[in-house]
Design a protein around this ligand. Structure first.
Ligand code: PMP
Length: 392
C-alpha cells in the first residue's frame, strides 16, 4: 500500500483487499457476458441487502447526491411540494435539491443532535399532504439516526412517496424496505457497504415506479429511471456506459455483506459503536448526539474545551488514523469518527489509541490505555479474537 493510514471518516471507509482486487480486474466490455452476470448479481444482492422482494434496483455512476436527485426527480414534479425531515446538513441538502428543480419544500427540522419526534410529523400530516416525504436515515453531520419505522407507520396508507436517504445507513443498520413501506431507498457505495466511492444506488418500489410512469417527463436525462430501467432488467442492454470496474467491486462488497449475514453485520456495527463510545467517554469526551438517536455507523464528539480542532486531528493523523471535522454550526467544535463497513475491533483500538495520544500530546491528563480498556468490554471476547477485516 502507498498509504497505510487508517481512514476512519464517515465515508469513504476502508475498502477490504478483496474488493480492491475486484476493482483491479481488467476492464471488459460493458456487455461482456461475465460482466453482465456480475452486474445482475450485484443488483439482486443490493435488493436483498434492502430486505426487499419486489423493489427495482438502479445502480449508476455517481455519488450519493446523484442518488438523492434521482430519487426525488422521478417521483415529484416541479411545482409539487415535498416534506423534508431534516436532522442536519444532509437533510437540508434535500431542500436545496428540491429548490434546484423548482419543487416546493416544507421542512421539519430538528435541533442538531436530536431527532424530530414522530408526533411532530403526525401533526404536519394532519394539516396537509405532500407529493413525497424525505427522511435521512442517518444524518452524517450530526450522527442522528431517525425513527424511520415510526415515521413510516404514520405514512402507511397515505399517498406520499416515502424517500429514505440511506447513504450513511445501508449495510450497517437495518433498513427493511418492504416491511417499513419505503418507496425509494437511496444510498452510495462508499460508506457502510464498504466499496470505493463512485456509485449511486436506488431501490424503487412498484408504487414509486408507477409514480414515475404517471409523470409525462422529468427534469433529468441521465437520472431518468425510465431510461435506465431496461438496463437494470437486463444489464446486457445499453443506455449509458456503466462503470464496469466499480460495479465489479460493488459486487464483491455485497458478496462480503451477505457472507457475513445481515443480522451479524448489524450486530457488529452496534457492538463497534458501543465500544467506540465507551472508549471516548472514558476519555471524558461528550457525544453531540442525544442518547436516544445515536447511529451505529458514526460518532460525533465535542472537542474538549480549549482543544484546537486542526491541532487535535493532526495529532491523530500523526498516529496513523484520519478522522473528520464537523460541518455547519459544529465546525471546529466537534469531530466525527466513521465506524462502518469493513471495520472491526482492531480499527476501534487503533482509533482510540490515536485519539488518546493526541489529547495527551496537547496537554490533557489522560491515563494511558483508559480508552482501549473501556472499549474491551463492549467488543467482547469473540470480537477481539476475530481477525479484523482490513490489515494495516
Ligand atoms: N446523504 C447523506 C446522509 C450523506 O452522509 C452524504 C455524504 N456524506 C450524502 C447524502 C451525499 O453523498 P455524496 O457525498 O456521496 O454525494
Amino acid at each position: 500500500m502507498i498509504d497505510e493510514t487508517l481512514t476512519m471518516i464517515p465515508g469513504p471507509t476502508p475498502v477490504h483487499p478483496r474488493i480492491l482486487a475486484a476493482l483491479a480486474r481488467p476492464t471488459v466490455s460493458h456487455v461482456a457476458p461475465a460482466f453482465t452476470r456480475t452486474f445482475a448479481q450485484a443488483l439482486a444482492d443490493f435488493r436483498t441487502l434492502c430486505e426487499s422482494e419486489s423493489g427495482t434496483p438502479f445502480v449508476v455512476a455517481g455519488s450519493g447526491t446523484l442518488a438523492m436527485e434521482m430519487a426525488l426527480v422521478n417521483v415529484v414534479a416541479p411545482g409539487q411540494t415535498v416534506l423534508v425531515i431534516s436532522h442536519g446538513y444532509f437533510g437540508d441538502r434535500y431542500a436545496e435539491i428540491a429548490a434546484a428543480f423548482g419543487i416546493r419544500c416544507d421542512v421539519l427540522r430538528s435541533e442538531w443532535g436530536r431527532a424530530v419526534p414522530s408526533a411532530e410529523l403526525a401533526k404536519k400530516l394532519a394539516s396537509g399532504s405532500y407529493a413525497a416525504v424525505t427522511i435521512t436515515h442517518v444524518d452524517t453531520s450530526t450522527g442522528t439516526a431517525s425513527p424511520v419505522e415510526a415515521y413510516c407507520a404514520l405514512l402507511k396508507g397515505r399517498d406520499e412517496i416515502v424517500i429514505l436517504d440511506g447513504v450513511c445507513g445501508t449495510g450497517g443498520i437495518d433498513e427493511p424496505f418492504d416491511r417499513w413501506g419505503v418507496d425509494v431507498l437511496l444510498t452510495a457505495a462508499q460508506k457502510a457497504i464498504g466499496a470505493p466511492p463512485g456509485l449511486a444506488l436506488c431501490l424503487f418500489s412498484e408504487r414509486a415506479l408507477q409514480r414515475r410512469r404517471s409523470l409525462p417527463s422529468v427534469p433529468a436525462y441521465y437520472a431518468d429511471i425510465l431510461r435506465w430501467l431496461p438496463v437494470m432488467e437486463d444489464p446486457a442492454r445499453y443506455y449509458a456506459t456503466p462503470c464496469v470496474n466499480e460495479i465489479v467491486a460493488l459486487g464483491e462488497a455485497l458478496k462480503i455483506v451477505h457472507e457475513e449475514g445481515l443480522p451479524a453485520r448489524f450486530a457488529r456495527h452496534a457492538r463497534t459503536a458501543r465500544a467506540m463510545r465507551a472508549g471516548l467517554e472514558a476519555l471524558g469526551l461528550k457525544l453531540v448526539t442525544a442518547p436516544d438517536c445515536r447511529a451505529d455507523t458514526l460518532s460525533v464528539v465535542f472537542l474538549p474545551a480549549g482543544v484546537d480542532d486542526a491541532a487535535f486531528r493532526k495529532g491523530v493523523a500523526a498516529r496513523g488514523v484520519v478522522i473528520a471535522g464537523c460541518l455547519g454550526p459544529l465546525a471546529r467544535k466537534a469531530f466525527r469518527i466513521g465506524h462502518m463497513g469493513n471495520i472491526g475491533s482492531a480499527e476501534v483500538v487503533s482509533t482510540l489509541e490515536a485519539i488518546e495520544g493526541s489529547l495527551r500530546a496537547l496537554g490533557l491528563e489522560v491515563a494511558p490505555g483508559v480508552a482501549v480498556g473501556a472499549a474491551a468490554g463492549p467488543l467482547g471476547a469473540a470480537e477481539t479474537q476475530k481477525a479484523h477485516l482490513v490489515p494495516g
